[in-house]
Design a protein around this ligand. Structure first.
Ligand code: AMP
Ligand code: ZN
Length: 465
């Protein structure tokens, strides 16, 4: 199967070929850990999880797939929040405490969204030596200079700076909101390293005690875990400039390479009910808040109904629709064995991760499996769902979660359902209709079907919405 990916660098969709046929390498910018992740942050995590699953499917076991998603655990936003939230602690302890806590929350949240753990989750604070090594190379080759405890990348030293963002110099200056500092040789020059006060996190360096700039962190971590050049680099569209442009400048000038990553992929932005998500508008949702109301797989399906490069409008209506779809899928799949994912699903994803098409294929597989009831069709349907990160729970756990949320006495309902089924099998239709009405009055909806294996009638129930 040919994998085609849209590349922001070339503004073109092209066949993907790993630089090293025995090792596929992907880096995605991860969270800055100071607060709960919001549903917009979940988008790149879910999108690149689907790509990771696809790469594994297409390349393993012949080749190895390495997916690196970093953790930014040194950042001025972290420092400020740590001191504010834990005033009783020493700043370094407060920072450690905040980043550990936030990272644990993030990991739990994205696991609930059905995302596999990446191969490596490197932390910036554990890669200071690599950052210093990159700066030494850049200073030695005239791409960076030290000034007043800072180390700065000298943008005019790179002939094709701006190739990813393709912006004019004026736009880039405005877009970067560059601060005009007296120690800068050029207003576009950006910080690789800055001095730290005693209260701020800092590490010894040839330029004095200090801490790295955000862009440098990703160049160091991708180098350490993937090498000087690698295959795919991903993140949200907002990271194209300046973050990714600056990562490229650092890595390419440090290693004298024609590219940092060959393919650059960016997900579109998420907005809520047609508006930009913001705390002041009251439409700001953390993943954690949404997980209180919905299973993670419902959120995952909602995200994947839109192609990753399109903007997504997150609406309650869409989430509810996903919940109904998953109820139906769990009901039909009911813990049956899985086969390999269907080739039509893989093919849809191989066209630049066309998840809406893949989901349409799932609906088709569902209908075919229900019509035929054949083991093979059901197994392909189940395998395709599992491949995409669904069916992480048993059908019973799925159904009972919903029943529990509806607040009915499950044991009492179950007894009535079984009594009705027995009456029906005994052809006592007056009694079975009476019991159905009694259940309906409780809001319980029944769904009879034939067990595809035994041919027996079975009854599922749920609480109607
Ligand atoms: P940040 O914590 O802001 O650095 O964001 C972490 C990741 O989430 C980056 O890849 C961002 O591009 C992405 N991101 C942030 N907000 C949104 C949003 N509203 N929609 C989609 N992606 C987002
Ligand atoms: Zn990055």
């Amino acid at each position: 199967m040919v994998l085609r990916l849209y590349n922001t660098l070339t503004r073109d969709k092209a066949e993907f070929r790993p630089l090293d046929p025995s090792h596929v390498r992907m880096y995605v910018c991860g969270p800055t850990v100071y607060d709960f992740a919001h549903i917009g942050n979940a988008r790149p995590v879910i999108v690149f999880d689907v790509l990771y699953r696809l790469l594994k499917q297409l390349y393993e076991p012949a080749a190895r797939v390495t997916y690196v998603r970093n953790v930014t655990d040194v950042d001025d936003k972290i420092n400020a929040r740590a001191v504010q939230d834990f005033p009783e602690m020493k700043p370094v302890d407060a920072i450690r405490h905040l980043t550990e806590k936030t990272y644990a929350q993030f990991s739990a949240d994205v696991a609930a969204l059905g995302c596999l753990p990446p191969t490596v989750e490197p932390r910036a604070t554990e890669h200071i030596a690599e950052m210093i090594a990159i700066m030494e190379r850049l200073v030695a080759s005239g791409h960076a200079y030290a000034a007043e405890g800072h180390v700065l990348f000298h943008v005019p030293s790179m002939a094709d700076y701006g190739a990813l963002a393709r912006r004019s110099l004026d736009d880039m200056i405005a877009g970067a909101r560059v601060d005009i500092a007296p120690y800068k040789r050029d207003p576009m020059d950006f910080v690789l390293w800055k001095p730290s006060t005693d209260d701020e996190p800092g590490w010894a360096s040839p330029w004095g005690r200090g801490r790295p700039g955000w862009h440098l962190e990703c160049s160091a971590m991708s180098w350490k875990h993937l090498g000087e050049t690698f295959d795919i680099h991903g993140g949200g569209i907002d990271l194209v400039f300046p973050h990714h442009e600056n990562e490229i400048a650092q890595s390419r000038c440090a290693f004298h390479t024609p590219v940092m990553a060959q393919v650059w992929m960016h997900n579109g932005f998420l907005q809520v009910e047609g508006e930009k998500m913001s705390k002041s508008l009251g439409n700001f949702f953390t993943i954690r808040e949404l997980l209180d109301d919905w299973p993670g797989e419902v959120l995952r399906l909602t995200m994947l109904k839109t192609h990753y490069r399109q903007p997504i409008d997150w609406t309650l209506k869409s989430v509810e629709e996903s919940a109904r779809t998953l109820d139906d899928w769990y009901w039909l799949a009911r813990d049956l064995p899985a086969a390999e994912p269907d080739p039509a699903v893989i093919e849809a994803l191989s066209d630049d991760l066309n998840t809406p098409k893949a989901i349409a294929e799932l609906h088709g597989l569902r209908n075919a499996a229900q019509r035929s009831g054949s083991e093979g069709d059901l197994a392909r349907f189940v395998g395709s769902l599992r491949f995409l990160g669904f069916l992480g729970e048993t059908a019973e756990a799925w159904a009972s979660r919903k029943k529990a949320a509806a607040g009915v006495d499950q044991a009492a309902v179950e007894a009535l359902v079984q009594a009705r089924l027995a009456a029906r099998k005994a052809r006592n239709f007056a009694e079975s209709d009476r019991l159905r009405d009694e259940l309906a009055a409780m809001g319980v909806v029944l769904k009879d079907s034939k067990d595809p294996k035994t041919g027996e009638i079975r009854t599922e129930w749920e609480v109607g919405r």
